[in-house]
Write a protein that binds this ligand. Sequence first.
Ligand SMILES: NC(=O)C1=CN([C@@H]2O[C@H](COP(=O)(O)OP(=O)(O)OC[C@H]3O[C@@H](n4cnc5c(N)ncnc54)[C@H](OP(=O)(O)O)[C@@H]3O)[C@@H](O)[C@H]2O)C=CC1
Ligand SMILES: CC(C)(CO)C(=O)C(=O)O
Length: 292
Amino acid sequence: MEIVVFGAGSLGSLVGGLCAREHRVTLVGRDPHIRAVRDSGLHVGGAFDFTVRPAARTDPPPAADLALVTVKAFDTDDAARALADCDLDTVCSLQNGLGNEEALATHLDGVLAGTCTYGARFVEPGRIDCTGIGEVALGTPDGGRSARAERVGRALRAAGIETTVADDMPRRLWKKLAVNAGINPTTALARVENGALAADPLHGIACEAARETARVAREQGIDLGDGEAAAALDAVVGATAANSSSMLQDVRAGRRTEIDAISGAVVDRASSPVPVSQTLAGLVRAWETAER
Ligand SMILES: NC(=O)C1=CN([C@@H]2O[C@H](COP(=O)(O)OP(=O)(O)OC[C@H]3O[C@@H](n4cnc5c(N)ncnc54)[C@H](OP(=O)(O)O)[C@@H]3O)[C@@H](O)[C@H]2O)C=CC1
Ligand SMILES: CC(C)(CO)C(=O)C(=O)O
């Protein structure tokens, strides 16, 4: 299968590197990382230790069977526009946050929704580390089964990526959002690793943000319970206790965060008050305004 990974930073290089062991892969990203991959290949370290030599460029190729989108959520619309001239059969987001599939579908056909719990960290141009083995779940954005999703699932499994083809992607996207809405802004503002959320006061704040997200999901017709959302948050906090959330990494690096697609998405869709999510979103945005 011809696969283009659009947004070959940390996660995109991990997934693209794994796919390159089985498929013809083109990474689309930025120099100097892309130049290093072109010159010396891509080394995937951490939980893996291999080097592959995918094609690497700073603009999309003319065609591919599958595009995996791994830009940050605030770049999704630009990614969709950049891919519009690429002859594609299927596009699959592996991003965090809500709204990515809708943004992609504005410009592209054959869009699938996806979540990813693998962890990836950029080391230096040409090298990334896998910081945690997880899984990819993918399917049609509105739920239900599709031959397109089954094809992509087979291709990712063939590359050794733990993959579930799911018929309930709306629910999965909201459940992942509840986890991110609890963990990401809380750890970023407190400057702590994920494990600090196991104890109060941070545990109470993170759980309430997750429960607010579950309530807004129910307002949107998604059957996601408060207890289930809080339990999912606790499970991820336990499993990634030593990790720095992506939002904490962004804040520490002085980079723009994905707050708008995470807590902002909860606030924008709420038809009842979500004070914790609103406060977390406001505080992170205030930091972005002051510090960036
Ligand atoms: N890293 C991880 O462990 C995980 C990440 N995720 C999610 O995956 C998504 C990606 O995260 P992550 O990999 O960490 O982010 P990164 O910033 O490391 O990777 C995104 C890359 O895409 C590049 N990019 C953006 N727009 C373009 C463009 N138009 N053309 C070429 N390159 C472009 C960025 O370059 P530049 O910055 O210069 O614009 C960057 O190098 C996010 O939604 C994140 O929340 C989900 C699970 C785990
Ligand atoms: C699940 C979690 C919070 C793990 O750190 C994550 O997806 C992130 O950091 O963006």
